[in-house]
Design a protein around this ligand. Structure first.
Ligand SMILES: [Zn+2]
Length: 99
């Protein structure tokens, strides 16, 4: 196994997981439930991490993730939720992003 991504932002990690799974790469999220323990554990222990199960997939995984830069302006959903540019769908109401 090899770590390809890590973030304190659980949504970013899950977004990356979805991208990699869509590309046919088997991945695993670690530490994803530890964030609720923030304050009791050192911060490094609370970071969610994305691991590829097959080391051969590591390069491909990096390419998939680098092809999806999480940058750009945030957008607001009709329901009022603010979302990062990397998300194409609202996690609150499920609506797709509109131009
Ligand atoms: Zn919404």
């Amino acid at each position: 196994m090899k770590r390809v991504f890590g973030s304190y932002n659980q949504q970013l990690v899950h977004h990356a997981k979805n991208l990699l799974e869509a590309a046919g790469i088997r991945v695993l999220v670690r530490n994803q439930y530890l964030s609720s323990a923030m304050g009791e554990l050192p911060p490094a222990e609370c970071q969610a991490e994305l691991w590829v199960l097959e080391e051969d997939d590591f390069e491909k995984a990096n390419q998939v993730l680098s092809a999806q830069p999480p940058s750009g302006p945030d957008w607001s959903c009709a329901c009022g939720e603010k979302l990062g540019a990397q998300f194409s769908q609202c996690w609150r109401c499920g609506a797709s992003r509109t131009a």
